[in-house]
Design a binder for this molecule. Structure first.
Ligand code: SF4
Length: 219
């Protein structure tokens, strides 16, 4: 049985690709870009479950979702689990599959061979804080969008050019009252939110997780 470390599942997500999407955030990232907004997903080996459990949880959304976005964390740090999950999804889902990775495309050759036909659109390369951010779905303009299938080309072509893009994110509330975000905000959005709340007398803390990664890379 193949295990997978999962941070979160959510539907609908409207800011990580076209339409109403299922968001799958995997747990664990050895890349650890300075300024990453998903630092709570860095620590590896936590929140492990099985592919079967994940597929069971997705069932109620697979009929109504337009697409699925897999992010993290770094999905390819769990390459075998990722490919196994994508195969299972592909067998039951006709929408598009979009995956984020912080690795350069050129370093994913063997992983992408194993995932041939399973990923319609792939965003690669690490987030670089301070770099221009003019393109959709990217935290920084060095990140490259690869359209790997005809479905990916159909759905994601509008995201290859700046057009009228403005960074945006969904805001969600968990049952315990914590707030979390999905999407790609502008690089200073969270600082502005924190400053606004501070002016109102609120204290803001984040769930940054600097626990050890499976590859031992320091944050
Ligand atoms: S690869 Fe993604 S999740 Fe990992 S640190 Fe960079 S932006 Fe964050």
């Amino acid at each position: 049985m193949i295990e997978i470390a999962l941070s979160r599942l959510h539907f609908p997500v409207t800011t990580l690709g076209p339409g109403k999407r299922i968001g799958i955030w995997l747990q664990g990232c050895s890349i650890r870009c300075p300024g990453c907004i998903s630092a709570d997903t860095w620590a590896a080996g936590r929140h492990t479950t099985t592919i079967g459990e994940v597929m069971g949880a997705l069932q109620k959304w697979l009929r109504i979702a337009d697409g699925i976005t897999v992010s993290g964390g770094e999905p390819f740090d769990q390459s075998l689990a990722l490919v196994t999950l994508l195969k299972a999804i592909r067998g039951e889902f006709s929408g598009d599959i979009f995956v984020y990775s912080g690795y350069p495309f050129e370093k994913l050759h063997s992983e992408l061979s194993a995932a041939d036909g399973l990923i319609d659109a792939l965003m690669t390369d690490p987030f670089v804080a301070g770099m221009a951010q003019s393109l959709p779905l990217r935290g920084s303009d060095n990140q490259r969008l690869h359209l790997l299938t005809s479905l990916g080309a159909d759905r994601f072509a509008p995201f290859t050019v700046p057009s009228s893009y403005a960074p945006k994110f969904d805001v969600m509330f968990d049952e315990d009252g914590s707030v979390w975000f999905a999407g790609v905000p502008s690089q200073n959005a969270f600082r502005q939110i924190a400053a606004s709340l501070d002016l109102e007398g609120h204290r803001v803390s984040t769930s940054e997780d600097k626990g050890p990664s499976s590859k031992g890379v320091a944050p």
